[in-house]
Write a protein that binds this ligand. Sequence first.
Ligand SMILES: [Ca+2]
Length: 520
Amino acid sequence: MYRFFFLAFVSFFAFCSISLAADDRPNILFIFSDDHAYQAISAYDSSRNKTPNIDRIAKEGMRFNRAFVTNSICGPSRAVVQTGKYSHLNGFPDNAGSAWFNGAQQTAPKLLQAAGYSTAVVGKWHLNSDPVGFDYWHILIGQGPYYNPRMKTGDGFVEHQGYTTDIITDVTLDWLKNKRDKNKPFFLMYQHKAPHRQWEPALRLVDKYKDVTIPEPETLFDDYSGRELPARDQAMTVANHLTPLDLKLIPQPDQNAEQRETFMKAYEDENKKLEESKLEGRERTKWNYQRFVKDYLRCVDAVDENVGRVLDYLDESGLVKNTVVIYTSDQGWYLGEHGWYDKRWMYEESFRTPLLIRWPGKVKAGSTSDKMVMNLDFAETILDIAGLPIPAEMQGRSFKAILEGQNPADWRKSVYYHYYEFPLPHHVHPHYGVRTERYKLIHYYDIDAWELFDLDKDPHEMKSVYKDPAYSSVVAELKAELKRLMEKYKDDGTTVVQYENPNPPMPKGKGKAKAKANAD
Ligand SMILES: [Ca+2]
């Protein structure tokens, strides 16, 4: 008798806790694109393109104007998102051939899975080890191609035919509709390869923007005179460092014969004119800019269309009401600013990343925030949204309160950054630094060069005022703040080696072979 009541009591509470979990905890859809500049999202800047579907998330949610990354490059940013820890502690500081994410360490997906979330990651992963903490995974291998990707799952490899951005979305929708455990809330990482280099548009978009001229940024012809050596010493200019493959002057290797024919036909006339005209100097840079940016925007267009498909499904299925939708990128990107493509720098275009979040009933539609948040905060915020405790070893802070319209008085007033990958592939000198609301101090520590920018007076970061005596007290304050942050985040210049890739794609060692293997 006693035993019966005891079992009935236990079963009742077990039932209550399961049904509460299933009913109340929000689903979390984390949409992650690769190298998506905020300048190419019309919710931020509509001068170059329109992204109506991504903009819906901003219109119905919150747009963050100051979202930063800790280390502006693909794999490292992803490791930060998984762990809530800086690169030197999560063991993934660069994309070198030996880079290998240690999935045995604590991650947000593992904690969500253990707490009863149905978890999945689909698309670009780029951490080299297999995903851990996911009930389902279906990922590109390394960077993955734009066309006909071979993808890896927990059950083996799958050969796909078609355009990768569409395929990633098809797999994502299939999981949402048919594969997830519908008794549980879900955490889904829906991660695009696009618009990463080398910007191969979908066949249906390859003619878009053909007869328009995309506006050039003010700093396309930057001469780098106002900064230290690194700005001049890089290899990422629109003028000189785009390859024939980047510029679609030669066919793309990942397409099949039929795709290649349609694709190259779209470029044929312009390529012929270029060859005949023998453009040089500024005119050739302008040509390169138009070609690169148009292809980039075409890749963004496919991402936007596919984000629309997923948002439509949330509407149709009724999931919309209890699903938090996060749109962000692994970092920002240069669309010709400073004469560049690529990322890496602590300058604003690559230090910042887009961040849009919709949470019906919680986040005010059409709201914006200027608070300085970071990709370091994503794991903590997601755990907080799910009602889970945040482990002490995570180094960021949940910004759920900001999402809910609060204004935490003790929110951070400065952000710490550390970039490592050098010399290849783009010869950007390693640097760390601090940004406050108004100033940014950068130290290129391999050559002991410093830059200071007054962002109020110089938002494009064209002239360092580090050596200007009028700023000497600012320099002293920022150096003290930099020291404080390095201590706070335990960055003493060494990187924890979590463990190394047992099968590196290229031979280990310094220099070319090591850095080239998995770069970009
Ligand atoms: Ca990236």
